[in-house]
Design a protein around this ligand. Structure first.
Ligand SMILES: [Zn+2]
Ligand SMILES: [Zn+2]
Length: 309
């Protein structure tokens, strides 16, 4: 009798786990959004403009961790890469990736996260800039796609460089609990807030054209964090990039319209429905303008064509 009870319990548990994994990790594409109309937005990037990647390390994950329908057997190194946008009016760094003290910085994260995070660090963004003989005075600001630990770990090594954030992200840094604790712990960060005074851009309702030439345009994409943004960059070659931060962790999130699995979005996203909205906007952009390179912050393939410094 006891044995039978145990067997029933085990079967129920298996069924529960099976159901959970099916509802959590199985493919479940979001409905296709209305097609985007209109031409590519105007841009007049100066000839001196250029883009470089500064890879600072990787975390070892699987596709299943990143998007619904991804396979557990599809092992992927998630990029931890900063991006240097050179512009004659002031260079910009999009995120910083891992800093040289990332081992210590990871301790700011919850135990469960640390337990499932294995990573390798290379050189920090500041170390790479210095090794290339880069004049730090040319660096106007760091644009954060959002304030999570893996995007800000290099901030202290670039002390004095303003950190551009939206008002919503600034509040998140101030009050956002564990997920913004690392940035909050850095002393004397020179925050500069910006707003979205510009009109609609590629289906996003508001925008901020950094230098007024259409070359670097930021749009609000709240959801992953309250003040998450997407940075669109247009080069003089005509090449266009969308640096989407952690809106999705791999390109399939956008191209297959697959959001993060339930557990990841519940623990990692402040507002999963906001993420869904921006994901669908990006999916409409990707369908209309397939030549645009989608660069989730942790997507190695997005950086493939971007030269190193
Ligand atoms: Zn994040
Ligand atoms: Zn991240």
């Amino acid at each position: 009798m006891k044995k039978r009870k145990k067997r029933h319990l085990a079967a129920a548990l298996l069924l529960l786990l099976g159901g959970l994994s099916l509802t959590t990790f199985a493919a479940c594409p979001l409905p296709r959004p209305a097609p985007l109309t209109g031409a590519l937005p105007w841009a007049s990037p100066p000839a001196e403009m250029a883009l470089f990647q500064l890879p600072t390390g990787v975390t070892h994950r699987s596709a299943a961790f990143a998007y619904r329908g991804g396979s557990f057997g599809d092992r992927r190194d998630f990029a931890m890469t900063a991006v240097l946008v050179k512009h004659p009016r002031g260079d910009l760094l999009i995120d910083t990736g891992f800093g040289r003290d990332v081992d210590v910085h990871l301790q700011s994260m919850p135990f469960a996260f640390r337990a499932v995070t294995s990573y390798a660090r290379t050189r920090s963004a500041a170390e790479q800039l210095d090794a290339a003989g880069y004049d730090r005075k040319a660096l106007r600001a760091i644009i954060l796609t959002h304030a999570h630990w893996d995007h800000v770990s290099g901030v202290p090594e670039l002390a004095g460089t303003p950190v551009w954030v939206t008002a919503e992200e600034r509040s998140f840094i101030r009050d956002g609990g564990m997920l913004s604790a690392l940035l909050r712990s850095f002393p004397a960060v020179a925050y500069e807030e910006y707003g979205f005074e510009g009109g609609p851009y590629l289906g996003f309702p508001r925008s901020h054209d950094v230098y007024g030439d259409g070359a670097i345009v930021i749009v609000p994409a709240p959801g992953h964090t309250p003040g998450s943004v997407i940075v669109f960059v247009t080069l003089p070659t005509g090449a266009r990039y969308a640096f989407v931060g952690d809106l999705v962790w791999q390109q399939e999130g956008i191209t297959l319209r697959e959001e993060r699995p339930w557990l990841q979005r519940t623990l990692g996203d402040t507002d999963p429905s906001g993420v869904r909205d921006a994901l669908l906007r990006m999916s409409a952009i990707a369908e209309r303008f397939p030549a645009m390179t989608l660069v989730p912050a942790h997507e190695a393939r997005g950086f493939a064509g971007v030269p190193k410094l």
